[in-house]
Design a protein around this ligand. Structure first.
Ligand code: GAL
Length: 643
């Protein structure tokens, strides 16, 4: 169940055999290669060189490793960019982004699609049935380094094409966008401009369409690669390695073309990237926050329709966050077990050996820079491998009782129109997830509109547009539902629904939103009733026909219930959130187990896992039979027992 990312092109060929042998000795079965090697595979137009990769794949295969081969499209080589500079993406300021790192292409360029198809076809043809090959990775981390949206001439052309197909006539476009406002009407699709560099904010409907257009392009581009690979390599699976907290495109849509999802887990790096408070950042600096990696494991299990890998696992300090601490001893092992507990099929470390050269020379590997000597993280990977050997295969992952609806478009919508500066979709969803996990429950994420059968509790932290599928699923669902602020607040065309939010759900929830207030940091409004705490950041004035379970200080409803559907009309602070979660879990008859801030649990089949992210011990429940670890769960330790 372990793998590693390897770059044969970074090392002299005489080291490959030793590397491969040492990987096997460490307990590694899978090796991912090739995803940045375009300049070596095709040094110039018409000149392919596969001989080195043939030899590398043979060495790895002979050692008994199973190969995942990446298509090298994240790194178009210099000769190609010189030949076709229109491949380069443009930033929001309208400047081309240069050659010299990676991901320097726009999904809008037809030339880029043609050139991508060429290299993917060449690689797929050559290695499609290689005996060592088990699967493919398309490209590398779509959208990373802000590369989903691009604002150049190619993007404008493609956006106009997309709009023409979608709206057919400019009358329909003007109507959908409300272009009469500020005289934004266009007489031809060629009048449509990019939504950047405007004097003040541009039309939100235009921006949302621009986001949808780019998101669809990513999915179509990936489907193009998959189609070529499947033609030449029909018996191998295909994945893509998604990057955490990159929300600019709909990952569910991309994964529709894939056999399984994978994601790149940098738990400590993400502590800096996520909008945590400084106190939280300091607290979790060397371990990561206990819900960061699990949040993504659960999300990508949904994205992969039940199947996911961690394609890259942080093995020590990284190089790219503002600060890059060394993980506490034990954390690399803990993160690995945690991924497996959440259903990962394989955890693959990034990377085999630290590179002593180029951009990532400060990034740890399983081996020290340039040497055949394990790093501390490498030794922990070896420990997991021996522990796994005694486990045999892990049981199947079961469906959780709680489903949380995750919606990429709601992120786009709320970025376009935050209304309050700190209304951040990813933070809201994360906090709701964290609060549930503090109560010891397992969680599945679901795509909006996915079937909800089998769940006891369904939670929508915020889904701004209610699709027909989602509406149907909610109407059929007979469990408990909790719905959060801004849900149903916009139509497909980014307008306020005629019957006011929550639009199509209003008869189900029994409320209407009349006004909303956003609250500056430091301002809070008390909430009291069956749950209490405070509203922060966002608060709605609603009219409710159902039961009012809690009210704001001014007497307006804060938490309502109509039959089993609850609506929370604010961004809750920690205590209101925890109380609300307990209330709905209780209503759904889901047993809870209050955990301290630094401990989390997760079940996989009959196995229960506990993880200690803190510096204090925790005692696991009595009357159980431990299969890994000890009853006293020491700092940065893992315990596993049978339920
Ligand atoms: C990932 C990327 C890898 C490597 C790694 C460093 O985002 O896929 O190629 O750059 O980060 O942490």
């Amino acid at each position: 169940m372990l793998g590693v990312c390897y770059y044969p092109e970074h090392w002299n060929e005489d080291r490959w055999e030793t590397d491969a042998r040492r990987m096997r000795e460490l307990g590694i079965s899978f090796v991912r290669i090739g995803e940045f090697a375009w300049s070596r595979l095709q040094p110039s137009r018409g000149n392919f060189d596969f001989a080195w990769l043939d030899r590398a794949m043979d060495v790895l295969t002979k050692a008994g490793l199973k190969i995942v081969l990446g298509t090298p499209t994240a790194t178009p080589p210099k000769w190609l960019i010189d030949e076709y500079p229109e491949i380069l993406p443009y930033d929001e300021q309208g400047r081309p982004r240069g050659f010299g790192s990676r991901r320097h292409y726009t999904f809008s360029s037809e030339t880029w699609w043609r050139e991508s198809a060429r290299i993917v076809e060449a690689v797929a043809k050559r290695y499609g049935d290689h005996p060592g090959l088990v699967g493919w990775q398309t490209d590398n981390e779509y959208g990373c380094h802000d590369t989903t949206l691009s604002f150049g001439p190619e993007d404008l052309k493609a956006f106009r094409r997309w709009l023409r197909l979608r709206y057919q006539s400019t009358e329909q476009l003007n109507e959908a966008w409300g272009s009469v406002f500020w005289s934004m009407e266009v007489a031809s699709f060629d009048d449509v401009a990019l939504p950047n560099l405007t004097v003040t904010e541009s039309n939100p409907a235009t921006r949302l369409d621009f986001w949808r257009f780019h998101s669809e392009q990513v999915a179509a581009y990936d489907a193009m690669q998959c189609e070529i690979i499947r033609r030449h390599s029909p018996d191998r699976w295909i994945t893509h390695n998604f990057m955490g907290f990159v929300l600019d495109f709909d990952h569910f849509q991309v994964a529709d073309n894939l056999d399984l999802a994978s994601w790149d887990s940098y738990p400590i790096g993400f502590v800096e990237k996520f909008p945590f408070s400084e106190a939280e950042r300091n607290r979790w600096a060397e371990t990561s926050h206990p819900d960061i990696a699990p949040f993504h494991h659960d999300l990508y299990r949904a994205v992969g329709r039940g199947r996911f890998w961690v394609m890259e696992q942080q093995p020590g300090p990284v190089n790219w966050a503002p600060w890059n601490p060394i993980p506490k001893p034990g954390m690399v092992r803990l993160w690995t077990w945690e991924a497996l507990a959440h259903g990962a099929e394989v955890v693959s470390y990034f990377r085999w050996r630290q590179a002593p050269f180029a951009q990532e020379q400060m990034h740890a590997g399983l081996n020290l820079p340039g040497l055949d000597e394990l790093s501390p993280g490498g030794r922990e990977a070896g420990q997991v491998a021996s522990e796994l050997a005694t486990f045999g295969t892990l049981p199947e992952t079961q469906t959780a009782k709680v489903a949380v609806v995750f919606d990429y478009q709601s992120y786009w919508t709320t970025v376009i129109q935050p209304q309050g500066k700190d209304f951040r979709y990813e933070e809201l969803t994360f906090r709701w997830y964290e609060s549930l996990r503090r109560l010891g429950v397992d969680i599945d994420f679901v795509r909006p509109g996915a079937p909800l059968d089998g769940y006891a509790l369904v939670i929508l932290p915020c889904v701004t547009e209610i699709s027909a599928d989602l509406e149907r699923e909610l109407r059929q669902f007979d469990g408990v539902v909790l719905i959060g602020p801004r849900t149903g607040s916009r139509t497909r065309n980014f307008t306020i629904p005629d019957n006011l939010p929550p639009g199509p759900l209003s008869d189900l929830t029994g409320h209407r939103v009349l006004q909303v207030a956003t609250l500056r940091p430091g301002l809070a409004q008390p909430v009291k009733g069956q749950v209490s705490g405070a509203a922060i950041r966002w608060r709605e004035d609603i009219e409710a026909t159902g039961d009012v379970l809690a009210r704001f200080g001014d007497g307006m409803p804060a938490l309502t219930r109509k039959e089993k559907i609850h609506y929370l009309a604010c961004w809750p602070d920690e205590s209101l959130l925890a109380a609300t979660m307990s209330l709905v879990l209780d209503a759904a008859d889901i047993p809870t187990f209050e955990l301290p801030e630094h401990v989390r649990m997760r079940r996989r089949g009959e196995l229960v896992f506990a993880f200690n992210y803190g510096a204090e011990d925790w005692t696991v429940p009595t009357g159980i039979s431990i299969v890994l670890g000890e009853r006293t769960l020491r700092p940065y330790e893992v315990a596993v027992w049978r339920a």
